[in-house]
Write a protein that binds this ligand. Structure first.
Ligand code: ATP
Ligand code: MG
Length: 452
């Protein structure tokens, strides 16, 4: 019940009690008047009436004063409560680090861990939710369910609860089926059996009245799939003494050497502006080195995912039409299947893309990229509009796929799931980090002076 509803109820209860006071007062004087008749002189009676009228007016004015005071108090309390709420220490934050780097995410996570007020956060980073949250609210079938603990605990508790719910559901359904069968078979049999059937009918009705356990609605898990591409002999992409700067006096990379092949599973990390996206553009050939050489295998197919791809979509066109125009000469069914593989099915394929959510648009992009059957995937912040389950699906698809991958992401968990190497972009160099991403996270914490 909201604060204002409670307050309104209190107001009416007190008003009602005060209203009762006046009729009771009148009744008291009327009875006194009745019993005094004949016992006192008429002048005393007149005096009494006068007193009664005086008392009534005083009571009435008291009542009106009370109402007035109450109304004024109500207004003051409401104003105070509004002011109070407007400054209330609730912070609502949504997808907080879309463009932050790992360092900023670590700092934010540590700061929010120590934040002593109420924080409501919407995030797709499981790692962050584990670090910061003490309660999880799950939205499903237009209902909210609150779980205590961080994200991992929520997954565990929800799993246990759903398992129990499913057991209970199956047990109830079995009972109901048995009872219905008995009623159908013996309801019109001998008197004794019919009586038992009637009793089962009552039990059944009672069970239904009490509310039956609902079947567990499983989350729709999207299964991403990339087509296997076979092998190309290494090195498929070679950087030799590459230097690059957007302007000659401001080099982002100086004499970098490395190779990427189809077994590579690399996560590029580094602060904002370090040059991660620039390195990916050098890999694809969108940018050319100022010095040195980038050699690509003649048959290498590279696909790059970045958030700006979605901005380039013609939003008035449906996803299906977009795919048909990008890959002409293919049957509609084939294109439908290609988009469907990324979880966009039915009407969502034929409505203008402006009506799709950001996550759905990302899926169209993934479908478009995957259809090119790349051997090397360059993913620049691919998780920004994907929910946790979809991120897991992406990780699974990448792990099952046989191509090479270079990933830029602020999602520690995704990096942990798919990357075998961590490369740090900083100080005009690309250096291999000796350790996994969780070690790197500890390093960032230590650097920021926030080690546990
Ligand atoms: N088109 C451009 N022209 C000139 N300078 C650019 C251009 N694009 C990027 N830069 C500069 O190059 C540097 C590296 O940019 P880049 O986008 O590669 O960084 P990043 O590591 O991807 O950063 P973020 O984590 O913010 O995505 C930045 O200082 C940026 O200002
Ligand atoms: Mg970038």
């Amino acid at each position: 019940m909201s604060f204002f509803v409670k307050y309104a109820l209190l107001f009416f209860v007190i008003s009602f009690m005060t209203f009762l006071y006046l009729p009771l007062l009148c009744l008291y004087y009327a009875l006194s008047f009745y019993f005094m008749r004949g016992h006192v002189s008429s002048s005393t009676m007149m005096q009494y009436c006068h007193d009664w009228l005086g008392m009534f007016l005083v009571s009435l004015s008291n009542f009106l004063c009370f109402k007035l005071t109450f109304a004024v108090c109500s207004i003051i309390i409401i104003i105070i409560s509004r002011l109070h709420f407007s400054d209330y220490p609730i912070h609502i934050s949504t997808n907080y680090c879309l463009f932050a780097d790992l360092e900023a995410c670590v700092w934010l996570e540590e700061s929010l861990k120590k934040f002593e007020r109420i924080l409501v956060v919407i995030s797709h980073s499981q790692d962050f939710l584990n670090g910061v949250c003490t309660n999880i609210i799950h939205m499903q079938s237009k209902k909210l369910k609150i779980y205590t603990g961080n994200y991992d605990q929520y997954v565990q508790t929800r799993g246990d609860l759903e398992e129990n719910q499913m057991k209970q559901y199956k047990w109830e359904q079995e009972q109901i089926a048995n009872m219905k069968e008995y009623i159908a078979r013996f309801g019109h049999g001998s008197a004794k059996l019919a009586r038992q059937a009637q009793s089962k009918e009552k039990t059944l009705a009672k069970m239904e009245r009490g509310g039956l356990t609902e079947k567990v609605v499983r989350d729709q898990v999207l299964v991403f799939r990339f087509t296997d591409v076979g092998k190309l002999p290494p090195p498929v992409l070679q950087f030799s003494e590459v230097s690059f700067g957007y302007t000659p006096e401001n080099l982002i990379y100086k004499n970098i050497d490395f190779g990427v092949d189809l077994d590579s599973r690399i996560a590029l990390v580094g602060p904002n502006g370090a040059g991660k996206s620039t390195l990916l553009k050098l890999m694809t050939g969108d940018l050319f080195p100022s010095d040195g050489m980038v050699k690509r295998h003649n048959h290498l197919r590279i696909a790059q995912y970045h958030q700006h791809l979605a901005e380039k979509l013609d939003l008035d066109v449906p996803a299906l039409q977009f795919m048909m125009s990008e890959y002409p000469g293919n049957e509609e069914e084939k294109m439908r299947a290609a988009i469907g593989r990324f979880g966009l099915t039915g009407k969502a394929q034929v409505m203008p893309m402006k009506n799709l959510s950001d996550g759905q648009k990302s899926r169209v992009i993934f479908a478009w990229l995957a259809y090119r059957q790349p051997q090397l995937l360059l993913l620049d912040e691919p998780t920004n509009h994907l929910d946790i389950e979809t991120i897991d699906s992406l990780a699974e698809a990448l792990n099952e796929w046989d191509g090479g991958m270079v990933l830029v992401s602020h999602d520690f968990r995704l990096i942990n799931q798919v990357a075998h190497e961590i490369w740090v972009c900083a100080d005009q160099k690309v250096t291999r980090w000796e350790g996994d991403i969780m070690d790197f996270k500890k390093h960032l914490k230590a650097k920021a002076g926030i080690l546990d």
